[in-house]
Design a protein around this ligand. Structure first.
Ligand code: PA5
Ligand code: NI
Length: 192
């Protein structure tokens, strides 16, 4: 790795970084069990393995002095009445934070702690979101265009996907009468 200062550009409208190392694509199959409407999920999957979101990563060592960073793009759409979203995760090292800057689109970050707190914050262009240590986080696209965010977090944070995979987040983002609404996750607290 060329270990010198570097720059890259994030240009509208797409904001794909002019330099990146990894391009990760997440499709419907990687979200199995996460959408509450199982029959809507199965029906959609029968039509094809839709691309839900993408991440462009700048590779840095997974060490505490480093800051991992990149761009997340959640495409617009729904599975049943539930908006497209990221898998979501706790950081393996719980006491690590993350910063998001929304570049384009309309959405929310759904968050929760192991202690039972939860929060939903709007992501709109120009808005910065600080996700404190201990807060699991999931981006949800509630709009009609791509939800694009820049993220940065400590190099040693790691991703714990398993905890969320078991029962999801406490809150879901669904469309009701054409508008986004926060509802309780019926699967949460039922032991997966
Ligand atoms: O580190 C982060 O929180 C982001 O880079 C996410 O990894 C990205 O938005 C994709 O979400 P997830 O990792 O939950 O699939
Ligand atoms: Ni994270």
């Amino acid at each position: 790795m060329l270990d010198l200062p570097y720059t890259f550009e994030l240009n509208a409208p797409g904001f794909v970084p002019t330099r990146y190392d990894n391009h990760i694509k997440r499709t419907l199959t990687s979200m199995k069990g996460q959408y509450h409407d199982i029959s809507a999920y199965e029906a959609m999957l029968a039509e094809g393995d839709a691309l839900l979101y993408e991440v462009y990563e700048l590779a840095r060592p997974h060490e505490s002095g480093e800051v991992l960073h990149g761009i997340s793009i959640v495409h617009p759409g729904k599975v049943g009445d539930e908006y497209y979203m990221t898998k979501g995760h706790f950081h393996t090292v719980l006491e690590t934070a993350e910063i998001y800057v929304c570049l384009a689109g309309q959405g929310v970050m759904v968050m929760e702690t192991p202690e039972g707190d939860w929060a939903v914050e709007a992501l709109t262009p120009g808005r910065v979101l600080y996700v404190p240590p201990r807060w699991a986080h999931r981006s949800v696209n509630t709009g009609a265009a791509d939800l694009i965010t820049f993220f940065a977090y400590p190099g040693h944070a790691g991703h714990d996907y398993g905890t969320i995979e078991q029962q999801g987040f406490r809150k879901l983002m669904v469309e009701r009468d054409g508008l986004p609404e926060i509802v309780d996750n019926p699967r949460w607290g039922k032991g997966g």
